[in-house]
Design a protein around this ligand. Structure first.
Ligand code: SF4
Ligand code: SF4
Length: 522
């Protein structure tokens, strides 16, 4: 096995913090006991006890937090690890596989970033990575269906672009609309900046759209109920576990378990599967020589163009929402407003670092700007963006280190580029916001590079290169996609908001300001 594929740092996904800021009412908050003043003490055995004024003591139960309760604030040391590991882990998945081998069918969806991470770690092509994944899931673990998340992503891209364009040409468009496909960012808004919720676009993420489509289509093909289908999602970050745990309007579960590439490595180790041997087996298996045929065969019947689900989209490595919006906007100008396509160009306006940039649709004949979108990655840049939306027009100066670096850059380049001024949110129709620096290609569940040989930036570039080696899928146009989705919704009598729109929670912010301060540094 490659030295990179080590599970040593599997449990470092939650930054150590102080305490859970989520209040948990014991027994669901429904205690019948009369309210009285009590003190919490720790007894000689280390157990928490509740002592009344009269001196009677009751041993307290350990509080438990479900994934749906957790705010992803990175505030816990062990609780969230326990929660995550207990509810969405490779061990939980293996238990489910053993327990439900006879009464459930197992299906999987795999994200493009995950495939790129494994390909970079193993120094093999993405196609060979797919061979390994399919050999493992289908031949070794008995999965019935495996798809890429490309179809879910195309639907998500289309939904977001369509929604923003319709608002943009409507009466009350308030810039900017903010993408909501990154659960880390969504939970940050819900918990810390609920004033931004009206700005959040409601297009669902590829994971959740894929989950609903996959379960329903597989269930119909095998003549079983959707809850007899177990869906494993392989994603680049742990936040996707929290996204999967959010309740749907009909309380159905579209994603049963989320694991990351790092956990996949742990799974291989636990099952004593040697990855090099698996690769040789996969390469020698004639069934896996023609991968286009494999992708076709492993998708449920009526899946739209299965090969495209494994192909890529233009734009950022987080899905390309900002780019796709301008592409659809250009299409709107051509088809609805009669602008000549030849004069339309999308140009890049690089920000002060690779995690901030704008894209602009321009009419080269009239030099008119027809629309702008932006990409903002990482919480430091996000915090600057939030301040600018909150206080439009006010210069965001950033921290001292940022200001010094900025002054040095100005001296070196002779260019003025004050911190936080490279993207003006009020001028952008849509901002693609991703919690991880470098976006999803650098998700917290991706396999780390060999830190002693290569810098983390170089490693991310290597994973990005693998991601960009996935060919673009261009055979599904917006109209065909739209028709397929409408037909699917009709056939399964599902309302469009269930498939296409996410729901936000307005979470009461914690009242203990000490905890807020301690848990809100990025
Ligand atoms: S991440 Fe935050 S909300 Fe979630 S369990 Fe930890 S402290 Fe609680
Ligand atoms: S940006 Fe990071 S946290 Fe957000 S969806 Fe992508 S990998 Fe997950």
């Amino acid at each position: 096995m490659s030295a990179l594929l080590s599970s040593d740092d599997l449990n470092d996904f939650i930054t150590p913090g102080v305490a859970c800021i989520k209040t948990v009412d014991e027994n669901g908050g429904g205690s019948d006991r009369p309210q009285q003043q009590v003190e919490i003490e720790i007894d000689g055995t280390g157990q928490a006890i509740e002592v009344t004024k009269e001196g009677s003591a009751t041993r307290l139960q350990k509080a438990s937090i479900s994934l749906a309760d957790c705010l992803a604030c990175s505030g816990c040391i062990t609780s969230a690890e326990e929660v995550l590991v207990a509810q969405h882990s490779h061990k939980e998945f293996l238990n489910a596989l053993k327990e439900h081998r006879d009464d459930k069918l197992f299906v999987a969806s795999i994200s493009h970033q995950t495939r790129a991470s494994l390909a970079a770690a193993l120094s093999i092509s993405v196609e060979d990575t797919d061979r390994i994944l399919i050999k493992l899931l289908v031949d070794k673990l008995g999965f019935s269906k495996v798809v890429g998340t490309g179809l879910g992503r195309k639907i998500s891209l289309r939904q977001m672009s369509k929604g923003v364009i319709s608002e943009r040409f409507g009466d009350e468009f308030e810039r900017p609309k903010l993408s909501s496909t990154c659960p880390g960012w969504v939970m940050y808004v819900e918990k810390t900046h609920p004033f931004l919720l009206p700005h959040m676009d409601r297009a669902k993420s590829p994971q959740q759209i894929t989950g609903l489509l996959l379960k329903r289509l597989a269930a119909r093909e095998y003549g079983v109920k959707p809850d007899q289908i177990y869906h494993l999602s392989i994603m680049p970050c742990f936040d996707k576990k929290l996204e999967a745990a959010r309740t749907e309007s009909d309380s159905q579960v579209d994603v049963d378990c989320v694991i990351t590439p790092r956990e996949l490595v742990q799974l291989l180790e636990d099952e004593r599967i040697d990855v090099e041997a698996l690769l040789s087996e996969a390469r020698e298996d004639p069934k896996l020589w023609d991968m286009s045929n494999v992708y076709e065969c492993l998708a449920p019947r009526n899946w739209l163009k299965p090969i495209d689900s494994w192909l890529n989209d233009e734009g950022s490595a987080s899905g390309g929402y900002a780019f796709h919006y301008l592409k659809e906007l250009a299409n709107h100008y051509v088809t609805k407003l009669g602008v000549n396509e030849e004069f339309l160009k999308i140009q890049l306006i690089q920000g002060r670092n690779s995690d901030i940039y704008e894209l602009e649709l321009v009419n080269t004949e009239s030099s008119e700007s027809l629309g702008k979108s932006a990409v903002i990655n990482g919480f430091r840049n996000i915090q600057n963006m939030v301040r600018k939306i909150k206080q439009p027009g006010k210069k965001v100066l950033g921290n001292a280190r940022g200001r010094i670096a900025n002054r040095r850059r100005q001296r070196e380049t002779g260019k003025k580029d004050s911190v936080g001024t490279s993207v003006d949110p009020q001028k952008c129709d849509l901002i693609e916001v991703m919690a991880c620096p470098d976006g999803c290609i650098n998700g917290g569940g991706q396999i780390s590079g060999p830190s002693n040989h290569i810098s983390s930036k170089e490693w991310v570039n290597r994973v990005l290169k693998a991601y960009e080696s996935i060919p673009l899928g261009t055979s599904i146009d917006s109209e065909e996609l739209e028709q397929w989705v409408t037909k699917w919704l009709d056939e399964f009598t599902v309302c469009d908001s269930r498939l296409l729109k996410t729901r936000f929670r307005n979470i009461e912010p914690p009242k203990d300001t000490t905890t807020i301060a301690l848990t809100s540094t990025w």
